[in-house]
Design a protein. Structure first.
Length: 159
């Protein structure tokens, strides 16, 4: 099972660049996760064409915040995945989100716009970065999670 992962899209409308990136990289995914900061409900509607799970981010409008939770646990592909946006400064973000979940195989998060793909205390910490928002290093990215014998993450840089 393949899962497409996004966060921090910060879009007010769906443009052809976003559509093109999603069509190219998510054409064969079974589900899509978004770790918040959609900014527009149009992004949720567009991504919901596939099995979709999302959480609200700190920049989302009230119409999104009343629809999506702050965090959730998804059971998919035989794994338990915590999904959360995150808050506060980038430094210490992973420490804060680790305390929000117990008994998960992975935590997918956003907020920092910085890609991450590593394990800590047996938990895969995965941040896809941002494909359309501000990136301090000028790198835009998304993620893929592969659910097989192991849960593996891949960060994909996009132009």
């Amino acid at each position: 099972m393949r899962i497409g992962v996004l966060s921090d899209t910060h879009l007010h409308r769906i443009g052809k660049d976003f559509k093109s990136i999603c069509e190219e990289h998510f054409k064969d995914v079974d589900a899509i996760l978004h770790a918040g900061d959609f900014t527009s409900p149009d992004v949720i509607a567009f991504l919901s064409k596939k099995a979709f799970h999302g959480v609200q981010g700190n920049m989302d409008a009230m119409e999104i915040k009343v629809t999506l939770p702050e965090k959730k646990v998804i059971e998919i592909g035989g794994y338990r995945i915590g999904l959360i946006h995150g808050w506060g400064p980038s430094e210490g973000l992973e420490d804060r989100i680790l305390g929000e979940f117990h008994g998960v195989d992975a935590i997918v998060y956003g907020h920092s716009h910085k890609p991450a793909n590593h394990r800590r205390d047996g938990v895969l910490l995965f941040n896809p970065g941002t494909i359309t928002g501000f990136s301090s290093k000028g790198v835009h990215s998304l993620g893929i999670l592969e659910c097989g014998d192991e849960l593996l993450g891949e960060i994909i840089e996009v132009d």
